[in-house]
Design a protein around this ligand. Structure first.
Ligand SMILES: Nc1ncnc2c1ncn2[C@@H]1O[C@H](COP(=O)(O)OP(=O)(O)OP(=O)(O)O)[C@@H](O)[C@H]1O
Length: 676
């Protein structure tokens, strides 16, 4: 019998080990897949349970408490009727059903726990993230003689003592007790009292304001909110009410898991604010020109009206404020680093009409309840669509028309990206906002709606966004050649060991700045700067380019690299299609495609019949390789576009000056964007 040498034995073992490793790898992938499926099915069950609960009639007026609710609404709150979803929420929590209420800013969420607390036995606990907000609410409640307390670090000792005693005093008239999430998470004495109150049957409901703060997927995650996950088990039988003005399906599912109320009732009022006019303006390249545009708005269109200008940084608030003051505007700045006294004076001066406009960071936000804010201007883009919705939503709370204007330019994206890149989904959220800003034809409302998984037809906008007010035809052009040119610039810099910021990349593209960054024998692009910027933004959000962040001793820098889809762009010579503005349509959107331009279908899209189809037939590949969610968004976008969209025939064979219309209609369209 031939025995194996030790070397052969080792080789055999190594072989078997590698087989085992490969099987483990396969099993791990299988495990991952099964775990994902399991979680998906659980989410479905949860959503189904929520849908079943929502199908019950919560709007009834024949509950045991209905008459008292109605009379308290009128007599104590002096309100004539409920707004949509207020009564269903109250009926649900008084029926001890865990509920999440989604309602836009200013929709009237507070009433949903304040009013039922007056008809229930015991008191409602309200978890609220902001002390200023609690103070405002307590002041308003006490004016109505509603016994209420708050517990925060700034609450005087005697009041804290009184509140703690009231929790466990059967005879106490206390109806509402406001606490910060920190208090819940950190004060054992408080939690102990709360348990006693629960045992006495005095804890009637726990309302959690800004409930999206529980979820790391949200824009406003607060670690102390995670602690609220203990409440459901600790206070059995006490209904939880989560309230938010901003939440996507993903966040909602996450919030339910964290609070242990999977499958709870979800009441969602529409996020459409029909009185708000949405507009994106190109921000002038020079700050002086931007200021002149704002000055003109404030002195003419918004003369005698009040509003907010949001900026990205604290420095910007002060600088812009000083510059506008020099131009005779009555304004004040507001940010988190101000002395609390000054901040309060700025807030109240603005509330009382002493200042026309407050120039603020997002620190000026939660709890700002001025009904007649006529405009919210974003000096640069918000860090997410959710932030934008919240911030712009401070306009027009009285239901009268108000404007929400964003001034957009590409360099601002990098000012924000360096502050959000380290956050969970920070960049993804920011790019969602960029997508909104660079969109050339969709109804802005429908873009906001798709973010909240709502579907609004652009007809519902009624001209209340820039695109619906002045529709233009939307064309698709092939920008692949530009992508390849930028890759050459990136490779060239990389060969020289130079990191490229977006500005340096632009300079090299335009043959400005350092000569060593220009690709030898290349020509400068003939694009205008705004168009070059919009192409770069498009490549970023579509992952043809990506940002790469580096820390220096003083700051964080964003460098540009090839994105995850660069392989696709390099290997596949079908187009990278990008939407651009075409001819202006008449205001009734009456542009009719010419009858002489028959179309054919390629990849599910109608294109002019004489359009040459690229080899791989990926003709409309602006969205190729994107996730299902994005595809969904794309399809929603196109179905609700304010404008007419047409794929036009182009050739990408001759570099920056490449676009050769092959088609009569296309020529007309291309003329209006001839330098792409
Ligand atoms: N049914 C109603 N009829 C008339 N006014 C109402 C009604 N419900 C609430 N309000 C008023 O609407 C305003 C906004 O309410 P509230 O502050 O509760 O909104 P919110 O949804 O909590 O907003 P935010 O998300 O900004 O905190 C308040 O002035 C409130 O008195």
């Amino acid at each position: 019998m031939i025995t194996a040498t030790p070397e052969e034995e080792l080789a055999a073992i190594d072989h078997e080990l590698s087989q085992v490793a490969s099987e483990i790898e396969t099993l791990k992938i299988r495990q991952q897949y099964l775990l994902q499926r399991k979680s998906g099915i659980k989410d479905k069950i949860q959503a189904l349970k929520s849908a079943q609960l929502a199908s019950r009639d919560w709007n009834g007026t024949d509950f045991p408490w209905s008459d008292k609710l109605e009379s308290t609404l009128k007599n104590v709150f002096k309100i004539k009727e409920f707004r949509p979803y207020q009564l269903p929420t109250m009926n649900a929590i008084l029926s001890k059903e865990d509920t999440i209420l989604l309602m836009p800013t200013g929709g009237g969420k507070s009433l949903c726990y304040q009013l039922p607390s007056l008809v229930a036995n015991g008191f409602f606990l309200v978890v609220c993230p902001l002390v200023a907000l609690m103070e405002d609410q307590i002041r308003a409640l006490r004016k109505r003689d509603i016994p209420s307390y708050m517990l925060s670090q700034s609450t005087p000792k005697d009041e804290t003592k009184l509140a703690m005693m009231s929790m466990v005093d059967k005879k106490s008239p206390m109806k509402l007790l406001y606490v910060t999430p920190e208090r819940m998470a950190k004060s054992k004495t408080f939690m102990n009292k709360l348990q006693q109150a629960h045992e006495m049957g005095r804890l009637a409901c726990i309302a959690i304001d800004e409930v999206h703060c529980c979820s790391q997927w949200g824009h406003d995650f607060r670690p102390d909110y995670k602690y609220l996950g203990v409440l459901k088990n600790m206070f059995r039988g006490v209904p939880l009410l989560g309230l938010t003005a901003t939440a996507t399906t993903k966040i909602l599912l996450d919030v339910q898991k964290i609070l242990q109320i999977q499958g709870c009732l979800i009441l969602k009022s529409s996020f459409n604010r029909p009185n708000l006019y949405y507009e994106v303006r190109p921000k002038p390249l020079v700050q002086k020109d931007y200021l002149s545009e704002v000055e003109d708005l404030l002195k003419h269109k918004y003369s005698g009206k009040t509003g907010i200008i949001y900026t990205t940084t604290i420095k910007d608030t002060e600088e812009t404020c000083n510059q506008l003051r020099e131009r005779g505007i009555k304004c004040v700045f507001y940010h988190a680093n101000m002395d609390p006294d000054l901040r309060s004076r700025a807030h109240h001066g603005w509330l009382d009409g002493k200042y026309q406009v407050v120039i603020a960071t997002i620190a000026f936000g939660l709890g700002i309840d001025k009904p007649d804010v006529r405009f919210v201007i974003h000096q640069s883009l918000s860090k997410s669509m959710e932030n934008f919705y919240q911030e712009s939503g401070r306009a027009g709370r009285d239901g009268l028309p108000a404007d929400c204007i964003v001034f957009y330019r590409l360099p601002d994206v990098f000012k924000v990206s360096i502050t959000v890149f380290s956050q969970h989904t920070g960049l993804e959220n920011l790019y969602g906002m960029v997508d909104y800003c660079i969109d050339v034809g969709s109804c802005r409302r429908t873009l906001i709606a798709s973010h909240f998984n709502e579907l609004w037809e652009s007809g519902e906008c009624k001209g209340m966004c820039d695109h619906c007010k002045s529709p233009t035809q939307v064309n698709q052009i092939n920008v692949r050649q530009h992508c390849l040119t930028l890759y050459e610039i990136i490779d060239h810099a990389s060969n020289k060991n130079i990191k490229l910021t977006s500005q340096k990349m632009m300079d090299a593209w335009f043959h400005k700045g350092a000569k060593e960054l220009r690709v030898p024998n290349s020509k400068p692009t003939s694009l205008s700067q705004p168009k070059a910027e919009s192409i770069i933004a498009f490549f970023l959000i579509q992952s043809y380019l990506r940002e790469d962040f580096h820390y220096t001793a003083y700051s964080t820098l964003s460098y540009i690299k090839k994105g995850a889809r660069s392989i696709e762009a390099l290997s596949d010579d079908s187009g990278i299609m990008m939407d651009v503005r075409g001819v202006k349509l008449s205001s009734n959107n009456s542009y009719e495609p010419e009858k002489t331009s028959p179309t054919k279908e390629v990849n599910g899209k109608n294109i002019p019949k004489n359009t040459p189809v690229p080899k791989s037939s990926h003709v409309s590949s602006g969205s190729k390789g994107i996730s299902d969610k994005d595809k969904n968004k794309e399809s929603k976008k196109s179905s609700s576009s304010a404008s007419t969209k047409e794929v036009i025939s182009i050739s990408d064979s001759s570099g920056d000056e490449d676009i050769q219309p092959k088609h009569k209609k296309a020529k007309k369209c291309i003329d209006s964007d001839s330098d792409y």
